[in-house]
Design a protein around this ligand. Structure first.
Ligand SMILES: [Fe+2]
Ligand SMILES: [Fe+2]
Length: 245
């Protein structure tokens, strides 16, 4: 493992699977901002780079539990897609209605004394609508195309000709939508003072902030798998395929 501050956050996140947990804990953006070098990302997050390097060194080894939970980044793209859909898409679809209910409850009781709650609710509502439509496009258009592309390459058949021209086009659109969801959650994190409930907050208030924090963390991991692993590999596979009719 080549651990250096001049390498990009994306490279380190791919090579050291536990790195994403360390980045999440320290507030280092490894999904949408993964193209930055580690030293730039640390500057941006106001964290000494040596502390991050040390944390990566200590947390870089696998444990059986984390190894089992993560897909093989170099394995079949079909398996990675299945992991993304069954782990992250299912989670997002389950959490959105639960969080909306919780938000409704907490805003109706505490919204007057905590006006930021209304803004959090509005931001979450808009982001949820975008995310639902985003995942539908991935599940019905982009992911089936990537799986078909992989099948064609593996069996030596001509690659499929998508209506969207090249896989880079929907990938670019998905990345823009990831940026938008990431920005919405960053704004929710700021509005909630990094998910810190006020003194004496009720159980629902605390549950809401814990669940929102987990939602953000899961989305970072989800976007990392797509932006940094699935999409670049699909683009490379498309351009490396020579058979075309
Ligand atoms: Fe996704
Ligand atoms: Fe996505």
């Amino acid at each position: 493992m080549n651990l250096s501050a001049t390498r990009t956050v994306r490279e380190l996140a791919i090579e050291i699977p536990n790195a994403t947990r360390t980045f999440e804990k320290l507030g280092i953006d490894y999904c949408c901002g993964g193209g930055k070098t580690l030293s730039d990302a640390c500057l941006h997050a106001h964290i000494p780079v040596d502390d991050v390097l040390r944390a990566l060194e200590q947390g870089g080894s696998f444990t059986p539990a984390t190894q089992a939970a993560l897909p093989d980044f170099n394995g079949a793209l079909g398996n990675l897609i299945e992991h993304i859909v069954t782990t992250h898409h299912v989670y997002v679809k389950q959490e959105i209605p639960r969080l909306q209910q919780l938000l409704h409850k907490v805003v109706s009781v505490h919204g007057k004394s905590h006006p930021e709650l209304g803004r959090i609710q509005q931001t979450f509502h808009e982001m949820s609508a975008e995310l639902n439509s985003h995942m539908m496009k991935e599940e019905h258009i982009l992911f089936p195309h990537i799986a078909a592309l992989e099948n064609a390459v593996n069996s030596g058949r001509p690659k499929p000709k998508p209506v969207f021209g090249t896989v880079s086009n929907p990938v670019h659109m998905m990345e823009l939508e990831h940026d938008s969801a990431g920005a919405a959650l960053k704004s929710i994190s700021e509005l909630s003072s990094n998910y810190t409930p006020p003194e004496g907050a009720c159980f629902s208030y605390k549950t809401l902030y814990t669940a929102l924090k987990e939602f953000e963390s899961d989305l970072h991991q989800h976007i990392h798998l797509e932006n940094n692993i699935l999409f670049p590999r699909a683009i490379a596979m498309e351009s490396a395929t020579e058979v075309s009719v």
